[in-house]
Design a protein around this ligand. Structure first.
Ligand code: FAD
Length: 466
């Protein structure tokens, strides 16, 4: 009997889609080319990077903060192999969790590369070369993304690494050169800086973290510089050559000019990710892609070929796990005749450095460009009681609200635990809240979240603790 749905890929998009479809009574199969489920996110993305960020942050705290709190342990010693084991155990627990959920929801799984042979037909080729044909009423492409490469710079995952190699280095590099000041470059650059590397970040643009509110980024850059990261903005790496044990990167001004050489032991190429459609047979199946190689879908995630849908990193939009998850759920509900939907105006974005950056909605630059009149409410963590006792006073909360209606248009948090706090703002925005609504909501004391309430009060110039 054919399946109701075949999902290609078991990352956050694919596995959420499969589980929701099974919950809705569909007979579901998942095809995954890798040995473990969970995709980029669980295997080589969100989960291992957060494990190393967490562990390296504790290591850094033990070295710098503990004494100030009266905890004397002596100088902490790094056991990198044990830290990597800790990270791998976290990954293992998570990928096994997905396998458990597939079983629990009676989802059939196939290991191999899935190719769309025709609408409704998927051919799965296992590593040994054996292949089988599966049939389904609907196919969802959730094949995710791959590392973007730079012409002329070959990634060997040993000395010239992508994020994947940077998560498994066997030794702390003395000098790490990071190409690209986006989220992944800054997160992994922070990990290795805390563990002892000298880190230089080269960025083509004149700012870090393009797309994130400029005021937040300016302050954040100064914080990272204080932590020891060095930035070379408006610059591009035009080549990396090996000279014995040293790598020599040629770094030129972005708009041309003489190059200088920067020596490094490891170079991390983190210049973004590209949609992954290898082996899928999209051209033969007639599925259209845009010039960036992303599968084109309509507002119901349908491609131009009837019965074929796509979600996650392989389509347009922010390459984020929670965006892929929500699209997976939405397309499953649409296939079941329900009104699945994703609100792209309220997708939070988090940079898991220390402090964290978390934002949702519009930045000031976007509102200015759109000609929207807005009020700003800002509250610094230096004025938050819990932040003071925790010695976590860096950063602020900024709320942007419509000048006429007071509706919240954007929330930006730079500070410890910002990633957890932004969820409140996302819920408020989903409900169309005004800054007044957040301001009048009782927040627990003493918590960092009171800074969100105070920023909401500050929109109408009535913050209490400032
Ligand atoms: C270092 C790093 C850190 C990140 N941190 C975060 C973070 O903190 N928060 C966040 O939101 N996002 C983060 N991301 C991004 C996040 O991982 C992706 O947005 C997310 O994984 C996309 O999910 P997806 O389901 O679309 O695709 P993927 O997770 O890429 O999964 C696609 C799956 O499809 C499989 N596949 C591909 N082709 C085929 C085929 N033909 N047949 C069978 N299987 C196939 C692949 O093997 C893979 O398992 C991070 C990414 C990286 C690299």
């Amino acid at each position: 009997m054919p399946y109701d749905l075949i999902v290609l890929g078991s990352g956050p998009g694919g596995y959420f889609c499969a589980i929701r479809a099974a919950q809705l009574g569909m007979k579901v199969a998942v095809v995954e080319k890798d040995k473990t489920f969970g995709g980029t996110c669980l295997n080589v993305g969100c989960i291992p990077s957060k494990a190393l960020l967490h562990a390296s942050e504790r290591y850094d705290e033990a070295g710098h903060l503990f004494e100030r709190m009266g905890i004397r342990l002596g100088k902490p010693k790094l056991d990198l192999a044990a830290m990597m084991k800790f990270k791998d155990a976290g990954v293992d627990g998570n990928v096994k969790g997905v396998a458990f959920l597939f079983k629990k929801n009676k989802i059939e799984t196939f290991e191999g590369v899935g190719r769309i042979a025709a609408a409704g037909v998927v051919e799965v080729t296992a590593a040994g070369g054996n292949s089988e044909r599966l049939e389904a009423k609907a196919i969802v492409i959730a094949t995710g993304s791959d590392v973007a490469r730079l012409p002329g710079i070959e990634i060997d995952e040993k000395r010239v690494v992508s994020s994947t190699g940077a998560l498994t280095l066997a030794k702390v590099p003395e000098r790490l050169l990071v190409i690209g000041a986006g989220v992944i470059g800054l997160e992994l650059g922070s990990v290795w800086r805390r563990l002892g590397s000298e880190v230089v970040v080269v960025e083509f643009l004149d700012r870090i973290l393009p797309g994130i509110d400029n005021e937040v980024c300016r302050q954040f850059r100064r914080m990272l510089e204080k932590q020891g990261l060095t930035f070379k903005l408006s610059s591009k790496v035009i080549g990396v050559a090996a000279a014995g044990k040293t790598l020599q990167a040629s770094v030129a001004p972005a708009n041309g000019g003489a190059a200088q050489t920067i020596d490094a032991d490891v170079v991390l190429v983190s210049v973004g990710r590209v949609p992954y459609t290898g082996g899928l047979g999209l051209d033969e199946a007639g599925v259209k892609k845009d010039p960036k190689g992303r599968v084109i879908v309509d507002e119901h995630f349908a491609t131009n070929v009837s019965g074929i849908y796509a979600i996650g990193d392989v389509i347009a939009g922010p390459m984020l796990a929670h965006k892929a998850e929500d699209e997976g759920v939405a397309v499953a509900e649409i296939l079941a005749g329900q009104a699945g939907h994703v609100n792209y105006d309220v997708i939070p974005n988090v940079v898991y450095t220390h402090p964290e950056i978390a934002s949702v909605g519009k930045s000031e630059e976007e509102l200015k460009q759109a000609g929207v009149d807005y009020n700003v409410g800002k509250f610094p963590f230096t004025a938050n009681g819990r932040a003071k006792v925790n010695l976590e006073t860096e950063g602020f909360v900024k709320i942007l609200a419509d000048a006429r209606t007071d509706r919240v248009l954007g929330v930006h948090i730079l500070g410890a635990d910002a990633g957890n706090m932004i969820a409140e703002a996302a819920v408020a925005m989903e409900f169309g809240a005004a800054a007044e609504d957040i301001a009048r909501t009782c927040h627990p004391h003493p918590t960092l979240s009171e800074a969100v309430k105070e920023a909401a009060l500050a929109v109408s110039k009535r913050a209490i603790n400032m």
